[in-house]
Design a protein around this ligand. Structure first.
Ligand code: SF4
Length: 389
């Protein structure tokens, strides 16, 4: 595998838990954050040294601070982690370095600090431009706060901004969603992540819906919202390059240069190394995940250098199945010939029991030697993917 690798750095701290969130988070404390950053830097160094014992240090072209709320930490703490990555790995000078940001969790000096550290892409968790919806999600910001944040990032010099919104919230009407989408498009960010809400077991929202306190999101309405997303983003000049991800494109661009380089690693089977509590990694042969709890992570790294909780060696069959359903998430889908030469699998023959049914249902299509999801297939992608596992 000669693709560049990515590094994912998990920052678990949040001011409070959002109602729909099942990510690995913990309450923010300045003292714990400092111990944690120290441990993550140590883990980065460990992996740099460990991987160098292989053939060569992997070349890296993306670093992603995700969470949690990375923007809650001090900018010099993140700068130390970028420096640790550069010292431990062979990091390209023009790497994409992204920070996930919650509106309102920072000020201008912090933004300047991120830019000075080499962070060049901001992914802003706006989620909604309607205050009533933000309150119902337990978000800590307002719509006005999100707009101020976006202005501040631009003024400070961020030239690559991504914005997240969630569609299909309980009580959200089609008009509400249309408003959110229009507001986001009017800002003209370089990138948009537009997700349909998934109500995950264990979240506050799941409990609220189960107890009848909130309505369950309506599938037909959500489907209508998704169609609106695909239509409106296309008209506004965004390339839908993945099921929920859209990159601004210049006229005539077949492939936007503003696709998320880091997230493409997950969909194209490129290696990525995750550091921090609960972070996942993949090196082309195995997947592993770190311990979830922040304090346990700090202890494990202090004693062992890493904090792996579980490691799974992938069989050829696992690799092929993953490559198939991850590749299908992308607009280009998969090349049947390339897939055959990489994994030794004739997809048409292997899945001959399911492909005709999925094609007849209008969910997939085969053309020019490629297999892709249709617009309907993107909406019902989970139903397509279960056929391949
Ligand atoms: S800010 Fe993000 S990670 Fe933190 S609780 Fe809310 S959704 Fe979860």
């Amino acid at each position: 595998m000669n693709q560049r690798a990515g590094i994912y750095i998990h920052i678990p701290f949040c001011e409070r838990k959002c109602t729909y969130c099942n990510f690995n988070t913990t309450d923010f404390s300045g003292e714990l954050a400092e111990q944690y950053i120290h441990a993550v830097a140590h883990e980065i160094t460990y992996w740099g040294e460990h991987l160098k014992q292989g053939i060569a240090s992997p070349r890296v072209d993306s670093i992603f601070f995700g969470g949690g709320t990375p923007s809650i930490t001090e900018s010099d703490q993140l700068a130390r982690l970028v420096a640790a990555c550069r010292a431990a790995f062979d990091v390209d000078a023009d790497s994409e370095i992204t920070i996930e940001i919650n509106p309102g969790s920072f000020s201008r000096p912090k933004v300047d600090g991120w830019l000075n550290a080499g962070i060049n892409r901001a992914s802003v968790g706006v989620q909604s431009f309607i205050d009533r919806e933000l309150v119902s999600l337990s978000r800590t910001h307002t719509a006005a706060g999100a707009r101020r944040t976006l202005d501040l990032l631009r003024e400070a010099g961020f030239e690559n901004i991504s914005l997240d919104l969630i569609a299909g919230l309980p009580e959200q009407s089609l008009e509400d969603w249309e408003f959110n989408l229009r507001e986001a498009l009017a800002i003209r960010p370089e990138h948009l992540s537009l997700y349909l809400l998934e109500v995950k077991e264990g979240t506050q929202l799941y409990g609220q819906i189960k107890r009848g306190l909130r309505p369950r999101p309506d599938d037909d309405l959500t489907a209508e919202m998704y169609r609106m997303i695909c239509d409106a983003t296309g008209k506004a000049g965004y390339e839908q390059y993945e099921i929920s991800n859209f990159a601004r494109a210049s006229e005539g661009d077949r492939v936007s240069s503003l696709r998320s380089r880091h997230n493409l690693k997950y969909w194209t089977g490129a290696p990525f190394y995750g550091v921090g509590c609960g972070a996942h990694s993949y090196d082309g042969r195995a997947r592993w995940v770190n311990v979830l709890k922040t304090e346990t992570f700090i202890e494990r790294v202090a004693s062992e250098g890493h904090a792996i909780a579980e490691r799974h060696e992938l069989s050829e069959q696992d690799r092929a199945a993953e490559a198939l359903f991850m590749g299908l998430r992308l607009k280009e889908g998969i090349s049947l010939d390339e897939f055959h030469s990489e994994y030794g699998v004739d997809v048409i023959e292997r899945f001959s029991a399911d492909l005709p049914r999925l094609a007849d249902a209008g969910l997939i299509e085969q053309s020019g030697g490629r297999l892709t999801l249709t617009a309907a297939g993107r909406l019902l992608s989970n139903e397509v993917f279960v056929s391949f596992v």
